[in-house]
Design a protein around this ligand. Structure first.
Ligand SMILES: [Ca+2]
Ligand SMILES: [Ca+2]
Ligand SMILES: [Ca+2]
Ligand SMILES: [Ca+2]
Length: 299
């Protein structure tokens, strides 16, 4: 072997491939390992491809079965551009790989025209951007983990970035995000957990924090859980869409640094400075400055 574009294809068993040098490494498919092989291809069984200090000039193809590619312990850039296919730092590309696993450094995954079964950021501070759909529905069901349109499951992802279109983020079960949720353009929503008292701090335009989410930004519509939600406007906080208390007994505290003009137009609903609309808010809390409350309609 040694031409410019050599390949190995594994047998129809569970194969482990470890890439330890440039186009070289070891595999259960070939005793003695391989050198000067640019392309490695699995077969119908499970193939586990592990970049362990090495790189491939060509591609990794999992072929059939449920296959896994683990990247090097460096800052990795991943792009999923087809069904279970795409590119990652250290290879010329991958195909038929259902499971992507990062390493202890930052892994930045972008879904752009493709879809994937699972993504694991592993250690470090990792990022998942999903940008190719009219609407992305994100379910955050565990610590830094969940699912989103085109990604059947993700884990170990501290930062979620939506598309320039609509992104709907929903916290379920024990869902939490230790980094940030970024709506990234379009009209986006964030729904907090039903099984917690949620304390929302809105600190800049469409941005802030809530129980179980360290920070969010570019979220126009804030949706409470079934339990108590307390919304507080701080600093330059504002909401360009709506605040929905969504059940139970909820509160909204207006700015301390402004004269607040409240308009209550239907039951527990209306508007106030820096909030385009609110509903299902039972307790309205003025700031330390003047607050003017006006009831109209069925308010
Ligand atoms: Ca395979
Ligand atoms: Ca990582
Ligand atoms: Ca968006
Ligand atoms: Ca609520």
């Amino acid at each position: 072997m040694g031409g410019a574009n050599d390949s190995i294809t594994g047998g129809n068993t569970t194969n482990t491939w470890t890439v330890t040098g440039l186009n070289s490494g070891t595999t259960t498919a070939v005793s003695g390992g391989f050198i000067n092989v640019e392309n490695i291809t699995g077969n119908l069984g499970i193939d586990n491809f592990d970049l362990s200090g090495g790189t491939l000039a060509g591609s990794v193809d999992g072929a059939g079965g449920s296959d896994t590619l683990t990247a090097n312990n460096v800052i990795n850039t991943w792009a999923v551009t087809s069904s279970n296919g795409g590119t990652v730092t250290g290879t010329g590309g991958f195909s038929n790989i259902e499971n992507l696993v990062g390493n202890a450094s930052t892994d930045a995954f972008t879904i752009n025209g493709g879809a994937i079964e699972s993504i694991d950021g592993a250690g470090g501070i990792d990022i998942l951007t999903v940008d190719n759909n009219p609407t992305n529905n994100w379910s955050i069901t565990g610590v830094n983990s969940g699912a989103v349109t085109d990604v059947a499951s993700f884990s170990g992802i501290e930062n979620l970035i939506g598309s320039t279109n609509t992104d709907n983020f929903v916290l379920l079960g024990t869902g939490s995000i230790s980094g940030s949720i970024d709506g990234n353009g379009g009209t986006n929503s964030l729904a907090a957990r039903d099984n917690a008292i949620n304390n929302w701090s809105i600190t800049t335009t469409d941005s802030g924090a809530v129980t179980d989410v360290a920070s969010f930004n570019d979220i126009q519509n804030l949706i409470g859980g079934a339990n108590t939600d307390n919304f507080v406007l701080l600093g330059t906080g504002s909401v360009s869409g709506s605040i929905d208390g969504n059940g139970s007994t909820n509160s909204l505290a207006a700015h301390d640094n402004a004269i607040n003009n409240w308009s209550i137009t239907t039951t527990d609903s209306g508007t106030v400075n820096d909030v385009a609309s609110f509903n299902d808010i039972q307790n309205l809390i003025g700031g330390i400055n003047t607050d003017n409350f006006v009831l109209s309609g069925t308010g």
